[in-house]
Ligand binder design. Structure first.
Ligand code: GAL
Length: 957
């Protein structure tokens, strides 16, 4: 015998998409039909299980006066200061047993209640619809005590017909939201699990004769310059586009001369769809997307995607984004030369797609589907290969396509992410191809491309990408005919990604390679009072993936990280190269559609990094793909024998919707001649007296050879050889990459605990020579290191020569000297800047004169790690010292030691000490993107080899 003691919650674990909701349709805002936002403060009650409470709260008259409150849109775990549970982060592991479609009995369930007044002038004719734009993960809905239905599909819109139920005056909307449901098995994306009503809730009046659904078909024929418009609508009406003199019936095609829509030239025509019941604004972009000659072409031209994967993220509000945050994303993308976005891994808030249409970004709209956790069991029982789940998959596909079908920016529908392979995916692809043959279908998980129109991969290494470009990769017959994109590459976790320029070179070299999408846009750090930004594990999760959730090109507050600055440079729409000695600039238009007429060019000439002359440069309005050579003026005279270089910039000639006139989109630099190296006659002789050695302006400890001071500047810690860096996420690598995870190998070898053995201190005729051997405890390998100090009376030169001993099987993290200054703040240098650079992420480093402070030199990665190096430094001034390099060097300064940086887990663990630690490096190891991709390419390895390098110290006080 069995009893039912709790209310039925069977729908939670039902594989079906739900019941009661209206069929999906286009998402739009009517010009004249009324709507009422139900966003705001809602009453809220949290239960530990799905069936803990009965349904009585949905009844009219229920007194929720003692309930808490939450803001809708929002996630309850990010509200209530921890009283409503906390976020959980897992990459691909389900945070519950894999027991589909069942979920644990512990199933946080949030009852939401909103009493609203229907405006007194709310029209009484027609019907009304209640729309939920996003609820995670399963919701059951009642209006005025009547159940409307339940649904799953967190990032998809669901509507219910409520006309009959609405009452004048007060109405009660009750929504029960379960954190876990059968739907959770389809939503195993790598992100925080965040339950709640996190997108808008809206009541929409539906006048009699209003538009139910419509589909704008707006194609462009590049051979005639004409566009063909046909708007299909469930309800007959007229389509008006004043600028094109179009006034036709729905369903009727019309062909006229138009300007096409592209991401570079996002021309939209405003129109209206008018039915008896309402007027719907249209924003029409004419473009044709095809697969032709093995390439994705838009308007007859192959496109090179310079994209990024975007999750919706706000450090305080999670995935509940406001319009301004969405706009900020789009503006940042446009200002950093991106032209494409994959909405990983679900359809975004629809307003984001409006922005993509308006500002111009190619979009891969991805379905809310990922079943990654099944990989743990070799994909056994994967819902995408189990017919019982197919209705839910088709429902998700339809809800994406129907909602978003009128956006010209969308060129691909993506079936989802990391869901293995199976019949359900095929069913989705077939349905999508049938419903919208005017776009292409993407999915990465099936390398045989059974269902897709593009061969897509993630994190393929450079050498494999090159093979694919050369069509030497084999694969199914179908795959061999398809173009290639990397839907994810260059994992932007922590310091990096390195190797971007090398990828871009391949993408530009081989037609078949149509570009890629960086993983990912933003660090999903959660704002946290003690930790700065929290990541996986910071909320006590028993299963989590740490800071793998912080792998974006922008920090959680949307400050661009150096990775974004690097990407901007790598994907510049104009390539500016030059032959500085002969004063010639080569300009190439790297765009696919636009000529260069929107840009103005400027040249400037620097002597020792300081601009001495500048002017404008006349560059023809080159068509896409065209190049030109332009002559520069005569360089200014070389009076002071300094280093001369040209800088040429391409700037916006006029204000645009996304940046102001003068915004720099591209630049190039080229030297007029070689850099004159510092000349240094060693004239002084070391003088030994009373335990101290004096050499020119410097004092040394005679016993240890340690530098004590230069002029009036005390040196807190003498320059010593240093090879350690706080491993980056990319040094540490991902757990599945075993042989080249140098972060670990370095630690195993002991490079973080090098010991220095003093061999001798020799005061010679013209030099003080300190011989040492630097080596890790427990190991045989070592670095014979000789410091040779000389002086010309005013200045002090340190030459370091390093000879590796033994069998060094790993590259070195860094090689240079580290020393400490008791005081330093302002920093000025001549070299690469303004931001950090590493050997394989230095494209955006511009040679010039830069100023900063020690604090501002730091790049605040959410998990602290090596950062802040400046490349190609000729000289730097800080703390009363001027240091010149022979050759150029990498410069880093911080208020904590590398060891402290290494030990820190969050930004707030780093506290300024009383020494500024300065690293002057001859070499650094590349960074790569091995946290989920390739490590540094071999040319960026810092090999343990014999080297010699020098610095000249003087005082500035
Ligand atoms: C991919 C996945 C992303 C993310 C990334 C690593 O496999 O599609 O969602 O997990 O790896 O950050």
């Amino acid at each position: 015998m069995s009893f039912r003691t709790t209310p039925s919650v069977d729908y939670v674990e039902d594989v079906s998409p739900g019941s009661g909701a209206l069929p999906p349709r286009a998402w739009y805002a009517s010009s004249d039909a009324r709507s009422l936002s139900l966003n705001g403060s809602w009453r809220f009650r949290l239960s530990a299980t799905a069936g803990a409470e009965d349904d009585s709260f949905a009844e009219e008259g229920y007194d929720a006066g003692n309930w808490a409150e939450v803001t809708v849109p929002g996630h309850w775990v990010l509200q209530g200061d921890g009283a409503f549970g906390s976020p959980i982060y897992t990459n691909h592991l389900y945070p519950f047993p894999v027991d589909p479609p069942y979920v644990p009995t512990e199933n946080p369930t949030g009852d939401h209640l909103r009493v609203f007044d229907l405006p007194s002038d709310w029209p009484s004719d027609g019907g009304a619809v209640l729309r939920f734009d996003g609820v995670e993960s399963c919701a059951r809905v009642w209006l005025n005590g009547t159940e409307l239905g339940e649904f799953k599909g967190s990032r998809l819109a669901h509507e219910f017909a409520v006309g009959e139920l609405l009452k004048p005056g007060s109405n009660v909307l009750a929504v029960r939201v379960h954190q876990w449901s059968a739907g959770s098995y389809l939503e195993d994306q790598d992100q925080w699990w965040l339950p709640g009503i996190f997108r808008d809730v809206t009541l929409l009046h539906r006048p009699a004769g209003s538009v139910a659904d419509f589909f704008v078909h707006a194609s462009y024929d590049h051979t005639t310059g004409e566009g063909t418009l046909r708007v299909d609508s469930g309800v007959d009406g007229r389509v008006l586009v004043p600028a094109l003199d179009i006034d036709v019936a729905t369903g009727e095609p019309v062909t006229v001369a138009v300007e096409p829509w592209t991401a570079e030239t996002p021309k939209l025509y405003d129109g209206v769809l008018a039915t008896d019941g309402e007027r719907v604004p249209l924003r029409i972009g004419f473009r044709t997307v095809v697969l032709e000659d093995g390439l994705v072409k838009v308007n007859g031209t192959a496109v090179l995607f310079k994209g990024v994967n975007r999750h919706e993220w706000h450090p305080e509000r999670g995935r509940a984004l406001d319009l301004e945050t969405m706009r900020e994303d789009v503006l940042l993308m446009k200002r950093h030369n991106l032209n494409a976005v994959r909405t990983s891994h679900y359809p975004p808030h629809p307003a984001f797609l409006d922005l993509c249409d308006e500002y111009g970004l190619w979009v891969i709209d991805e379905c809310d589907l990922e079943t990654h956790g099944f990989t743990e069991q070799d994909w056994r029982d994967n819902p995408v290969d189990d017919d019982r789940w197919t209705p839910a998959l088709l429902d998700r596909a339809a809800r994406m396509v129907e909602r978003d079908k009128n956006h010209p920016s969308i060129v691909f529908w993506s079936l989802g992410n990391e869901a293995g392979t199976g019949r359900g995916l095929t069913a989705m692809a077939e349905w999508i191809h049938g419903r919208d043959p005017e776009r292409l279908v993407h999915y990465e998980g099936d390398w045989n491309c059974r269902d897709t129109d593009v061969y897509s991969r993630m994190y393929a290494f450079h050498d494999e990408v090159e093979k694919i470009g050369q069509q030497l990769d084999g694969g199914t017959h179908k795959r061999r005919e398809l173009p290639f994109i990397q839907c994810e590459y260059a994992h932007a976790m922590g310091n990096g990604p390195g190797g971007l320029a090398d990828y871009q070179e391949l993408f530009e070299k081989y037609d078949r390679l149509q570009g890629g999408f960086i993983w990912e846009w933003i660090d999903h750090g959660v704002k946290h009072a003690e930790l700065g930004y929290a990541y996986g594990g910071d909320f006590g999760e028993e299963l989590h993936d740490g800071n793998f959730v912080c792998d974006g090109l922008v920090f959680p507050d949307r400050t661009p990280s150096p990775g974004l600055i690097e990407y901007k440079k790598v994907i510049e729409p104009v390539r500016i190269e030059g032959d500085g000695a002969n004063g010639i600039v080569h300009v190439t238009n790297k765009q696919d559609f636009a000529d260069l007429s929107a840009l103005a060019f400027e040249w400037s000439c620097q002597v020792d990094g300081e601009t001495v002359e500048s002017g404008s440069l006349a560059v023809p309005a080159l068509a896409p793909g065209e190049s030109a050579e332009v002559k520069l003026p005569e360089p200014p005279a070389d009076g002071r024998g300094g280093e001369r270089q040209w800088t040429v910039r391409a700037l916006l000639a006029n204000d645009t919707s996304w940046a102001a006139k003068g915004h720099v989109v591209a630049w190039g630099q080229f030297a007029v001649g070689a850099r004159p190296l510092p000349s240094f006659p060693a004239t002084d002789r070391p003088v030994v007296e009373e335990g101290r050695i004096t050499l020119g302006p410097a004092g040394f400890d005679a016993r240890t050879g340690a530098l004590l001071s230069i002029g009036g500047v005390e040196v807190g810690a003498t320059p010593r050889l240093d090879v350690w860096r706080a491993p980056t996420d990319n040094d540490d690598g991902a757990e599945w990459q075993t042989d080249t995870r140098y972060g670990m190998l370095w630690r195993t070898l002991g490079l973080h605990r090098m010991r220095h053995r003093l061999v001798s201190v020799e005061a010679g005729d013209d030099a003080l020579t300190v011989r040492t051997r630097v080596a890790p405890a427990a190991r045989e390998v070592g670095l014979d290191t000789v410091y040779r100090w000389t002086s010309d009376g005013e200045r002090l030169r340190l030459s370091v020569s390093v000879t590796p001993e033994g069998d060094w099987t790993v590259p070195l993290p860094r090689l240079g000297v580290r020393f400490g200054l008791p005081e330093a703040d302002r920093v000025e240098w001549f070299g690469g800047g303004p931001g950090e650079a590493y050997p394989d992420s230095r494209t955006a480093s511009m040679v010039g004169r830069w100023q900063s402070t020690v604090d501002r030199l730091q790049t605040p990665y959410v998990r602290p790690q090596e950062n802040g190096a400046r490349a190609d430094v000729r000289w730097v001034e800080l703390g009363g010292l001027r240091i010149e390099g022979d050759p150029e060097f990498w410069f880093t300064a911080r208020r904590w030691t590398t060891e402290q940086l290494d030990a820190a887990r969050h930004r707030t663990d780093l506290a300024a000490g009383d020494t500024v630690w300065v690293n002057l490096d001859h070499g650094l190891h590349g960074v790569g993107s091995q946290s989920c991709g390739p490590g540094p390419l071999p040319q960026y390895f810092l090999k343990a080899e014999p080297v010699e390098f020098s610095f000249v110290f003087s005082t500035t006080r």
